[in-house]
Write a protein that binds this ligand. Structure first.
Ligand SMILES: [Zn+2]
Length: 241
């Protein structure tokens, strides 16, 4: 199948690689080794990202930055992800709060900058804070995944040089599906955010197929052409030759 799932967590949802290319992201340190092995076993299909997700802020262990840097240096094609900020979680009693989230986000942004790697970012109710961090760390090669934002947010992402990764949630939400209509198509990726079936028994192939079908309607293109275009964009974003 010709498609590129630009964001998922394959390491959490069973280890059978799908029959299309994908870029699974780590969420915590424990994922790094698992993903490295998966990617080594399937080098033409699986392009891994290493990082720490904001929900896991506070679980990092001493020396994590150095280990992440070494891992990235060793895996030349790897990107950084999943990182980001979650303003909803930050308000929950059990956190983690923004201070803790930002304390792991900044080093990941700096690594993206110094090693010149793409970075995939989670952003829930935190665009102002995330935009500030991106600007201060001068990071331009980033993607906001599972985008659910306003047209203003979409256009700011564009201006900063970023990509938007489209999930079914993006398309089922009127504001975010409207936002992506006006974006340059070359900056759009598609994703499942897979960490196991959302609907009992539904395979990843159907999940990505549904995203492509819905996006094809918005773009007024065939599903095949939409799959080809988003595959090309993903290769561009992840710098896959
Ligand atoms: Zn994710």
């Amino acid at each position: 199948m010709q498609a590129f799932d630009a964001h998922n967590h394959l390491q959490k949802g069973g280890t059978t690689p799908p029959n299309f290319a994908c870029a699974p992201s780590a969420t915590c340190e424990a994922d790094w080794k698992v993903l490295e092995e998966m990617a080594n076993g399937s080098p033409l299909q699986i392009f891994p990202g290493y990082g720490i997700h904001p929900w896991w802020a506070g679980t990092e262990t001493p020396g994590w930055e150095e280990r992440l840097k070494d891992l990235l240096a060793k895996n030349y094609g790897a990107f950084i992800g999943e990182s980001g900020l979650d303003g909803y979680r930050a308000t929950r009693v059990r956190g983690p709060g923004f201070t803790s989230q930002i304390s792991i986000l900044r080093p990941q942004l700096r690594l993206a900058k110094t090693l010149d790697r793409p970075i995939v970012l989670h952003c829930v109710r935190a665009w102002d804070e995330l935009r500030e961090c991106l600007q201060e760390e001068s990071v331009r090669h980033f993607a906001i995944h599972r985008f659910k934002g306003s047209p203003e947010m979409a256009s700011e992402i564009m201006q900063l040089g970023g990509y938007i990764s489209v999930h079914l949630d993006t398309l089922y939400n009127r504001s975010s599906s409207n936002s992506i209509k006006w974006m340059p198509r070359s900056r759009i990726l598609v994703e499942t955010d897979w960490d196991g079936p959302r609907v009992e028994g539904r395979p990843m192939e159907e999940e990505i197929g549904e995203v492509l079908r819905q996006l094809a309607v918005i773009w007024d293109m065939t599903v095949e052409a939409t799959a080809r275009a988003t595959l090309r964009n993903a290769k561009e974003f992840y710098r896959i030759l």
